[in-house]
Design a protein around this ligand. Structure first.
Ligand code: ADP
Ligand code: MG
Length: 334
């Protein structure tokens, strides 16, 4: 069996035009470091899955596009020769086989000897906390259990790269949070190069060493979660990640997050408004205001303060809380 050396990935000029003429990706360059977890984040239809499938070898880029694993050009290698592990939103497991046989599948294909295979499968089942389910059939498992099996199967053969396409999207919220934490710990302990596709920004922030924000087949920004959130490159990124307020103030447009603003007594702050709605969230409150200039602003405040719709309030913004678009400003402002 091939050893488990993880690899960097270099993508150059990868575009994708489907047979029906759909342009899913514009020519795109991307470098992924060995051992890094890179998240592809963006709205539905922006090309995340297409890019992941090109990395996997399930889809060929348009002519001229290249994919390298380390120094090796894998552009023309089919998936079974790239040594990648994949996990999909829909589990893609063999439903009438047992958990054990699903996890062992890739090892059997590689003709691993029986003793080593047994040891490896048991190791994987233990790692994903599904040892008790070894003899169950897939169709007797819950969604979360199936995704654990899919993860165990994907990493059993020690792939060079792990590719995950919205693996948690089909699960309910509580389970999603728990598995998200486990996947985070798993990726860190394996030290494997991973590309993780999601449209969920919380997932992207927790899991990504870096996040690639995609829009309409292009890269809108690449950066750490902190960069993306506090220094979005353009209006698309600012609006896609978190909540963004815009206020006209002395001929400038101020851009800021709700948690960087505060409600102050009427007459104070940089704008005045009337409270429209207060959402009590337990750990904080989200207050929606209409300013006297007709702008909608959302401010987050502590959950012990008493505010009510109809009240007048000033709106203050912490100076360090201003968002400065790091790229060429308001391309696609709403
Ligand atoms: P995402 O994963 O970000 O939701 P996809 O990569 O699945 O986006 O799709 C990007 C675009 O390519 C979409 O417009 C989608 O409809 C289109 N597309 C995806 N697969 C095919 C295909 N096999 N044939 C034609 N168009 C496709
Ligand atoms: Mg997709």
């Amino acid at each position: 069996m091939t050893s488990s050396t993880t690899t960097s990935i270099t993508i150059t000029s990868c575009a994708k035009t489907f047979a029906d003429g759909t342009r899913a990706l514009e020519p795109l360059d991307l470098s992924i470091q060995a051992g890094e977890t890179l998240v592809l984040l963006g709205p539905s239809g922006c090309g995340k899955t297409t890019l992941l499938r090109i990395i996997a070898g399930l889809e060929a880029p348009d002519r001229g596009g290249r994919v390298l694993f380390g120094e090796e050009d894998v552009t023309h290698l089919p998936i079974e020769r790239r040594n990648v592990g994949m996990v999909f939103q829909s589990y893609a497991l063999f439903p009438n086989m047992t958990v054990w046989d699903n996890v062992a599948y890739g090892l059997k294909v590689r003709r691993m000897d029986k003793a080593a295979m047994k040891q490896r499968v048991e190791e994987m089942l233990a790692m994903m906390h599904i040892d008790a389910l070894a003899d169950r059939r897939i169709d007797q498992l819950s969604g979360g259990q199936r995704q654990r099996v899919a993860l165990a199967r994907a990493i059993a053969a020690r792939p060079r790269v792990l590719l995950l396409d919205e693996p948690l999207t089909a699960l309910d919220a509580g389970l999603r949070d728990r598995l998200r934490g486990e996947i985070d710990a798993l990726l860190r302990s394996l030290g494997i190069t991973a590309v993780y596709v999601t449209h969920d920004q919380a997932e992207a922030m927790v899991l990504g060493d870096r996040i690639v924000v995609m829009s309409a087949g292009r890269i809108a920004q690449i950066g750490t979660p902190r960069d993306i959130y506090h220094a979005p490159a353009n209006a698309f990124v600012a609006d896609f990640i978190g909540t963004t307020n815009r206020l006209r103030h002395k001929d400038a447009t101020l851009v800021f997050r709700p948690e960087d603003a505060d409600l102050v007594p009427p007459g104070e702050g940089m704008a005045q408004g009337i409270i429209q709605v207060v959402h009590f969230l337990g750990d904080r409150q989200r207050v929606h205001l209409h300013t006297d200039d007709g702008e909608a602003v959302i401010v987050e405040i502590g959950s012990r303060r008493r505010v009510a719709p109809g009240q007048r309030s000033g709106i203050a913004v912490r100076p360090e809380g201003m968002v400065h678009l790091s790229g060429n400003a308001e391309e696609s402002a709403a």
